[in-house]
Structures are given as C-alpha cells and as structure tokens.
Design a protein. Structure first.
Length: 441
C-alpha cells in the first residue's frame, strides 16, 4: 500500500486500514441539505454530504473515499479522481437550485475547499473508528486509554492540554470525546496496560459532565437559528480542573457505528455458555451509548425512506433461551438479536401500517429497552421461531403487546417480523399448545 508523505496522514495510516475501510463500507446513506442536519451519532451510521440529493452521487463519493482508504491515496490524488466525476454530474461551483422547501436558492456545491473537508473528515473518522474497534477488543489486557495530541501548525490549546492524560477505557468521557472531536482534529488514543500506567494519574469524568445549547448557525433557506447540544467535561486533576468540549456535531463515539455491532456479536458468541457474560452484553445493549446508536439507526432509516439492508443490535438471548434452542436441535452461532431496516420501511412495514398493528415511532426507538424486559418468551414449533412478547407503549390499550419472531439466520438471531397483537391471542395459543413457554415475567 502506498505510504502517504504528510505527517498528519502518516499518523492516520499507522496501521493497515482494514477496520477503517469496513467502517466506511458499513455506512448507509442519508440526504441532508445543511451540515447540521446530520449531527453526532447519526454520522456513525450514515454517509452524507450536504446538498447532495442524488443517491448515485453519494455512492460515487463514498466509493471514491473507500478506494482512497484502500490505496492510501493523498488528498491531491483523490481530488484529481473525483473532481471530473462531480463536474460531469453538475455538482460543482455556485449554482441556483431548488431547496427542500421548493424555493430557488444559490448554493455552493463542489469546490476544492469542500472536497478537502469531505476527505479529511471521512478519513479521520474512519481510522478513528477502526482503531476504536481494535482497542475495545483488547480492553481485557489494556484497560486504560491515553489521550495523545498530534502537534500540528494550528493546534488547539484545549486539545494540547489533554496530551498524556489517562482515563479508564470504559470512562464516559470516551463516549463523546474520542477523537476526532473537531474539524481538523488529528488527536488519537493509545491503549495502555496496568503496568504501563503504574504511578501515573488516572482521571475520571464521573459526575463532571454537563451539557449546554449553542447556536451553530442559521438555516440556509428558512433563516432560523440552529442550535445544537454540546457536552462539556470539567475534570479535576492534581494540577487543577481540565476542561474539554467536543465541537457541535462531534458529540459522538465510534461505539455507535456498525463495526461495534460486530464486536458485540463476537462477544455474545464467546459467552454462549456463560450466563454472567451474556448479562454483561445485555447491559451494554441497553446502556445510553448503544441506545443512541439505535436511535441513529431508526432516524437514518426513516429519513432515507428506502431499505438499504442495514441492521442494528437490539438484544441478546440469555442462558435459558440458548439451552432451549440447543435442546430443540437448532444451530446457534451468536445469540445476538438484530433487526433489519426493511422491517421499519419495507413491504412488511407497509402491510402492518395498513392493518393498524405497526409499531409507533417511540416503540421503534425504545425497542432494545422493551426487548430487555419481555413479558413472555415462547417457542413457535410450526415456524421454528422464538417469540419475544414485550409491552406496548400504547397506554390506551393495556391488552396490546408487541410480538417479535426471531430465528437463527446468517450467524445471528434475526428478528423476521414485528407487530402488535392482543395479549389474549398470545395466551390462547399457549393454552392450545401452539406456543410453548420458555420464559415468562
């Protein structure tokens, strides 16, 4: 692989980019008119470029960036390859176009400056996510992470002050401040063992996080002020208080990306015979960070309104369900439970909407939390499926429940259908012998 010559790219391309490439490949697509329409964790799940409203153009840009990652292309090489494509498709220079509100508006499309931002932002994010995945996998032996500031000409004092600071790998700080945490940020994180941090100060952000709202711009066609929530840490150290606040749009973590879904799948596979280990995976899935990841999946899926074959993890089978399945002769590689975007917006989703038994938006958003507390777990012998029965959020109908049918597919437990039914109908099928009880509340 060609080696980049710039010092900042040497830092990025320190390792073969296998995980970085996978991160970028795994992203779905999202259309956005202004940059502020896809902030924070939504970026980890969807590839977007402001004012690109055609799928083929988004695909061209994403494909070119993947090629740049795989071949170690410099910005100049990538720019030379992508510019003619964008110009040929009319996405270049200042143009008057019709915005989402149906109004004509003069906007800046492609330009050398915009391409530089697109290239560096995506490269840094991809390598950050790839490195994060590797570090998560080695947490058992390297449970501490050290912030490292990469010195550049225009460095930021706030970031430089963090150079050499150490926190535990599971500290909440990393869920929003894992670099890059600002446009142009080149900082990185180093995993450390117990021996390596001996005698050094270990910081903790527990109880020292706050948030505030900040104006980040003006909507380009409505003129309305745009606000974003920013996170801030004010962590006490032996030298005083150390402050850190990621820029608007960077309050995210690679932990919300699709690549970490793979880590969870592998971890759940490793814990198939370990009841406590499976409970730990369940706790991760219902933690606020992973809930943010699920919310980003739902938001991006609804926004794009076209199935892309993307999935998200929503639960994990526990020891009792696994034993039951194995006794039924079912093959089981990983007990992780996933849901496909087609269930939100595909043919089945439309059918359930027409039948008035589809999940509400809030139920889709809270699905991992609902799955974690089932009312009943049943076995449907006819369809060889586990049925997960959870509460509905419809407070007007206490007899309504959510029924999820789950089957082993492609190495995981895939939810193949999800809709609302009457609790009485479920209990009736149990009584008649159509369903066998595995677990109940």
């Amino acid at each position: 692989m060609p080696t980049p010559h710039r010092p900042e790219l040497n830092a990025l391309f320190h390792k073969p980019p296998k995980e970085a490439v996978q991160y970028l490949k795994s992203k779905g697509y999202k259309f956005g008119w202004d940059w502020h329409q896809t902030l924070d964790d939504a970026h980890s799940r969807a590839f977007t470029v402001a004012k690109v409203a055609k799928l083929d153009l988004l695909q061209d840009i994403k494909k070119s960036l993947i090629t740049a990652l795989e071949q170690g292309q410099s910005f100049e090489r990538w720019q030379a390859d992508i510019t003619p494509i964008l110009q040929e498709k009319g996405w270049w220079g200042k143009k008057t176009v019709v915005n989402p509100a149906g109004q004509e508006q003069e906007v800046q499309l492609g330009s050398p400056r915009r391409l530089r931002t697109i290239y560096h932002t995506n490269m840094r994010s991809a390598f950050s996510a790839g490195r994060y995945k590797t570090m998560i996998e080695s947490m058992d032996t390297r449970p501490y992470w050290e912030y490292r500031h990469i010195t550049m000409t225009n460095y930021r004092e706030e970031h430089k002050a963090w150079n050499g600071r150490i926190l535990r790998a599971d500290d909440p700080f990393w869920t929003v401040a894992y670099p890059p945490s600002k446009f142009g940020c080149n900082c990185r994180v180093i995993a450390r063992s117990e021996r390596e941090i001996e005698g050094k100060e270990i910081l903790s952000s527990q109880g020292y996080q706050s948030q505030y709202s900040e104006k980040i711009g003006v909507d380009s066609f409505t003129g309305a002020d745009i606000y974003a929530t920013r996170q801030q840490f004010d962590i006490p150290t032996k030298d005083g208080v150390l402050t850190f606040s990621p820029a608007a749009g960077f309050n995210n973590s690679p932990a919300t990306s699709y690549t970490i879904d793979q880590v969870l799948t592998e971890r759940a596979r490793k814990y198939i015979g370990d009841a406590e280990g499976l409970k730990q995976v369940q706790q991760i899935l219902t933690a606020p960070l992973r809930q943010k990841s699920h919310l980003a999946f739902v938001e991006n899926t609804i926004n794009f309104s076209k199935a892309q074959g993307k999935t998200t993890t929503v639960g994990v089978l526990q020891a009792k369900e696994i034993t039951f399945l194995l006794n039924k002769g079912q093959s089981l590689e990983s007990p992780i439970m996933i849901i496909d975007d087609r269930l939100l917006i595909g043919k089945k989703a439309k059918r359930h909407q027409e039948s008035d038994n589809a999940l509400s938006m809030s139920e889709w958003q809270e699905l991992p939390l609902l799955v974690a507390q089932p009312l009943h777990v049943l076995w449907d012998a006819k369809n060889e499926s586990i049925l997960w029965i959870t509460s509905s959020l419809n407070t007007n109908n206490h007899q309504e429940v959510i029924k999820l049918a789950v089957r082993p597919m492609n190495g995981v437990m895939q939810i193949v259908s999800v809709f609302k039914v009457s609790l009485n109908s479920i209990l009736g099928n149990v009584k008649s012998g159509l369903y066998e009880t595995i677990q109940e509340e």
